[in-house]
Design a protein around this ligand. Sequence first.
Ligand code: SF4
Ligand code: SF4
Length: 221
Amino acid sequence: MAEELERSKAEEPKDTKPGFQNPVAGFGVTFKAMFKKRLTEQYPEQQKTTAPRFHGRHQLNRHPDGLEKCVGCELCAWACPADAIYVEGADNTDEERYSPGERYGRVYQINYARCILCGLCIEACPTRALTMTNEFELADSSRANLIYTKEQLLAGLEEGMVDSPHAIYPGTDEQDYYRGLVTEAAPGTERQVAHSKGEVVQEADSTFGGTEPASGKVAGR
Ligand code: SF4
Ligand code: SF4
């Protein structure tokens, strides 16, 4: 027994540091960390710039005259592995036209409680109607608020655009839009009344209905 105790004592590592260093040695890691570059990000006071192709919130794009690119085909919804997209397509009419072709996306929702921002939906979109922005502040305390509607996802109006619904550019067809021949809304284009959304005709409202607006500029063919 005594022999075993002596052997274990002999195997114990010997403290080679002088006694007065022991309290300081305990802070070795702390002192080293004090002089390293700090990785803390002061978010949200200081916003970090994302990579240019960062996958953030989605956007439903418009043609240069303000009509919508989405044709309500649901390919994005079928491509989504998280079942986060809900689309309902509908037919355009001459009185209420949202996109240049036959169909448009009447209902469009993305559930950000499900979305994993993988980007498969934007790859599936045949019209480049759906793209992703760099916006990443999508947190919310309510599940309902995480379901973004078409109105929230639709791109804002830029110069030369008129909000949908409105008539197609006179003398053009859907193909011309995708060839990039329409570069702005035709002169005199006005927003139509969205009957399908419960809007009613106001006296001041002026619509083109089924007729085409005055002729205007179309990019050279
Ligand atoms: S980014 Fe991915 S998970 Fe999100 S809606 Fe698109 S396909 Fe679905
Ligand atoms: S966003 Fe693109 S893929 Fe999705 S319904 Fe619209 S056109 Fe089709």
